[in-house]
Ligand binder design. Structure first.
Ligand code: HEC
Length: 131
């Protein structure tokens, strides 16, 4: 094999490596959001906590508010835990789920949608983690 031939092969290998790099960078398909899955792990901070702001629960359930239960982002987990607002052994019996449940809840203030309540139930069913 001549030196020239070796150079040609070397150049070819370099070009292929370069093209492979381009392909990875430019032809990679855009990620599509996965469909919602009921077995997905519910994230407390990202998915559960925002529900209490969105429903104005935190207008009252805040530090120094009348009800003892504090649902603000900084305190929600410790407050729910110390006041036993969830029950991992019997999730539907959890007060944070059923007391403000749409239509049937006993609280004067309720979740706007059943989906919000069910998401909280799913979080409790998965062990009520501070995740
Ligand atoms: C206008 C003020 C106010 C708003 C808004 C409000 N609450 Fe309450 N909440 C209270 C008061 C006062 C109590 C305690 C008296 C009672 O049991 O009704 C309470 C009690 C509770 C309890 C039971 C606490 C316990 O110690 O047993 C839960 C759970 C609760 N609220 C959740 C919520 C959720 C979730 C929202 C939003 C959908 C909400 N609250 C909105 C004032 C409010």
């Amino acid at each position: 094999m001549t030196t020239n031939r070796l150079l040609q092969i070397g150049l070819l290998v370099l070009m292929m490596a370069f093209m492979a790099g381009c392909e990875y960078e430019f032809i990679k398909p855009a990620p599509t959001p996965p469909p919602p899955d009921p077995t997905d792990t519910i994230k407390f901070a990202q998915q559960v906590v925002p529900i209490w702001d969105a429903n104005s629960c935190t207008n009252c359930h805040k530090p120094g508010g009348t009800p003892q239960l504090d649902l603000t982002a900084a305190n929600a987990f410790s407050s729910l835990t110390s006041l036993a607002m969830y029950n991992v052994d019997n999730p539907p019996a959890s007060r944070i789920y059923n007391f403000p449940y749409p239509e049937t809840g006993d609280h004067s203030f309720k979740y706007a949608t059943q989906a919000e309540a069910e998401l909280i139930l799913q979080w409790i069913t998965q062990g009520a983690k501070n995740n």
